[in-house]
Ligand binder design. Structure first.
Ligand code: AHG
Ligand code: MN
Ligand code: MN
Ligand code: MN
Length: 336
């Protein structure tokens, strides 16, 4: 619950990391250094986005990325900010970015981490001032690895951390290192992320569904049938409400706080949908499960049980409150 009175004992992210480092079994200062570099990147990107219109940074960069997205100027700028922050950390050996066709290696780094990121998620919404974000998944290098592609073509269960920043009315940060999810809000006067949602849990049920129905003509019949079912009132339930921002971070952040279902299914145009496994589905699935939610693909397979073959592989995804995701699983005939 949010505190009512004036707080003189606030928990900043650095203090939170220090305290959690004490109790975390494999605590090494390295992970804290990595998260400090990440939070710097989020603050810098947040600041840059909020000034974008003032410094003519809206609009297209004039290039496209590996998954065919038209890159916005802020996609490219956010990517540069993130790459430099990871390089500057001195402990990131391998970096995957949505905006970089190939892996980036930092051979001189003396750390043991691989980072996958979506520097600006929801960039098609940027020019309209709608919330966007940055999404990150973290892996430790394989034993005796000095940093190769094998360190990131990993099974989802090998992730050691995941986080996202959402640049909305405030800048929010949700973080997991495998011991639950904690939510922070950026205090721009202090320049610190402050702990606001310790041990965040997703509501077990909420009658909200979040999907781009503009794709429904191309969906499989089963998926169309399931969404229609949510909209139909039945004896013990009112129809579901539709909420769709179009920025995954905004739609998933609302799902964490309010509950409900978010989905980006595959369709006849794109078998595996649009969202990328390594830096969108994996981190959001890890955070969801750590907050008591679920995350599966169209076939009902757990997202965290998947392994990418290529760094920009896509996957269909259904995530959110256990009640809603289990409704989907039983509708497609998967045991809950
Ligand atoms: P990105 O801006 O990083 O390329 O991601 C955009 C994604 C995701 O943010 C959102 O859920 C989805 O695109 C929306 O796609 P549609 O516009 O096809 O619904
Ligand atoms: Mn994109
Ligand atoms: Mn994205
Ligand atoms: Mn992006």
């Amino acid at each position: 619950p949010l505190k009512e009175s004036f707080d003189t004992d606030i928990i900043t992210l650095p203090r939170f990391l220090l305290e959690s480092q004490k109790c975390a079994k494999h605590a090494t200062g390295e992970f804290t250094l990595l998260l400090n570099a990440l939070q710097f990147a989020f603050k810098f990107i947040s600041q840059t986005i909020r000034r974008a219109e003032l410094v003519h940074l809206i609009g297209l960069a004039g290039a496209s990325n590996a998954t065919g997205d038209e890159q916005k100027k802020l996609d490219v700028l956010g990517d540069e900010i993130f790459i430099n922050a990871m390089k500057g950390s001195g402990i990131v050996k391998v970096l995957v970015s949505e905006e970089q066709e190939d892996l980036i290696l930092f051979p001189t780094a003396n750390g043991t981490y691989a980072v996958c990121c979506d520097p600006i998620d929801g960039s098609s919404n940027l020019d309209a001032g709608v919330s966007v974000g940055t999404i990150v998944s973290l892996f430790k290098l394989l034993p005796d690895s000095s940093g190769t592609i094998k360190d990131v073509l990993r099974n989802g269960r090998e992730m050691v951390g995941a986080c996202y920043a959402m640049y909305g009315a405030s800048t929010h940060l949700l973080l997991t290192t495998g011991q639950g999810v904690d939510g922070f809000t950026l205090d721009t006067n202090l320049g610190e992320f402050i702990l606001v949602y310790p041990d965040l849990r997703i509501p077990p049920q909420r009658s909200i569904y979040s999907i781009n129905e503009g794709n429904s003509f191309y969906w499989d019949e089963t998926i169309r049938g399931f969404i229609e079912k949510l909209k139909k009132p039945s004896d013990n339930r009112k129809p579901y409400s539709a909420r769709y921002v179009g920025s995954m971070v905004a739609d998933v952040h609302r799902t964490f706080l309010y509950g409900g279902l978010f989905a980006y299914p595959g369709d006849r145009k794109a078998r595996n949908g649009k969202l990328r496994l390594l830096y969108e589905a994996f981190p959001m699935a890890y955070l969801m499960e750590q907050a008591g939610g679920l995350a599966v693909n169209d076939r009902g397979e757990r997202i965290l049980d998947l392994t990418p073959e290529h760094i920009h592989d896509k996957t269909s995804i259904w995530l959110g409150s256990p009640d809603e995701v289990n409704q989907y699983l039983s509708y497609i005939g998967k045991p809950e």
